[in-house]
Design a protein around this ligand. Sequence first.
Ligand code: NAD
Length: 493
Amino acid sequence: MKLKNYQMYINGEWIDSVSGKYFPSYNPATGEAWCYVAKGTAEDVDRAVKAAHDAFLSPEWSNMTYTERGKLVRKLGELISDRVDELAKFETMDNGKLIREMRGQLTYLPEFFYYYAGLADKIHGETLPIDKKDMFVFSSREPLGVVAAITPWNSPLYLTTLKLAPSLVAGNTIVIKPSEYTSASLLELVKLVEEAGFPPGVVNVVTGFGLPVGDTLTSHPLVSRIAFTGGTESARHVVRNSAENFAKVSLELGGKSPNIVFEDADPDNAAMGIIAGIFGASGQSCVAGSRAFLHVDIYDQVMDRLVDRVSKIKIGDPLLDETEMGPVATKAQLERVEQYVTLGHEEGGKLIYGGKKPEQIGNGWYYEPTIFEHTDNKARITQEEIFGPVLSVIPFKDEQEVIELANSTNYGLAAGIWVKDVARAHRVAKAIRAGIVWVNTYRSVSPVAPIGGSKLSGYGRESGYEAIYEYTQTKTVWINTSSEPIPDPFIMR
Ligand code: NAD
């Protein structure tokens, strides 16, 4: 059977790359190619950025009222809500994540478009009570220009939406480079951008690899804003590239997030929360709760529940509704997980569960849910992001100790706290250095709530009203209302 070729979308047209080349996209559940994607070049990027720049300046887009832009963004959300099942299937085919996880994400995705559509006519400045006579001063929030959006493979459309929806309502135009592993769902979604009625050039997609596509895009002189989600090393390149043009950057990177269980927590809920944090999505989540800190007084209770439920996890075809854990997304990712498990043994971790590929699941890139027990937080597998289904469990005795343990990584993205004592919940949430803290829940998201991190987890915030600030800049306008002659021109007024 001939596999489908996906073209790129530039300036409202579906086109081949100037290279004329395509590369395969693999289904992680079978290890086989299921479609081909246009292999973008630097020249394609240049074409897309120029189209986005022209569209940004065009009266059709720049003079469109905020209300009209909001309506277009809302329409896009509505079109997505009609195509949830189909889009979810494309995501699962590309990244191997559970169809029910992707369907869940996509069912909720329109809410992000509706939220930002609702904000479109609330993007306003202020009249400033200026401390000078005869001056009227106001500020407005202006779009930045061309946004370069770069996304990873784990939640392709969700992570794109966090950039796309606020960019558009704020009046920017955008060039998106999806992960080379997961381009199909975005290319399908872009058909809906067309259907919603966005002018050509407002949304563009260049597919291909970090080099040259991501690299050229983030160093392009016409790009004013870079929204990057991915790994730390790629982010370093992106930040250096941004210096070419001083483009404003946001970085949503990885994590080594702690899930802390205090002695008064509900052990059943805590065990479920830990599983949701690390084995949901096979650990391929930026906010994966990859370190569980269990208070010694509740250690055995939580551990017993954890191991019992984990031993019942149904691993298999991610397209089946009953499956609870699918494969990891790439062969390289599987090898990375295997290397960290070997390291876990070498560093003295005690393997409690898993630690190998499951038997009899064909040629897919599957790995068992894996639990290591450690005596401290110093081993590399307790410090480095694995991005796979590997949990490190560490005991603790008191609050101050666990705060220090939780904070002692180079990351600062997310944290979970399982506790009944409300005062302690507040104290610990405050002390944890992370952009998101969940108390008695884990992996909850909403368009209303900002996400983002600190330290090696990056900077800037996506989601929530804060994203509007991230995609706009302030203009201050001074109007002299006096008809008096201008006095001494050599001093600041
Ligand atoms: P990656 O850094 O390898 O790739 C991410 C994107 O960057 C891809 O589109 C890739 O082609 C591109 N890229 C690679 N090199 C580049 C370069 N030199 N210049 C510009 N672009 C380049 O990451 P990945 O393996 O696709 O994704 C996994 C990582 O993403 C993990 O570290 C994970 O924690 C992180 N992540 C973070 C969040 C978040 O919101 N914080 C969400 C999901 C994933």
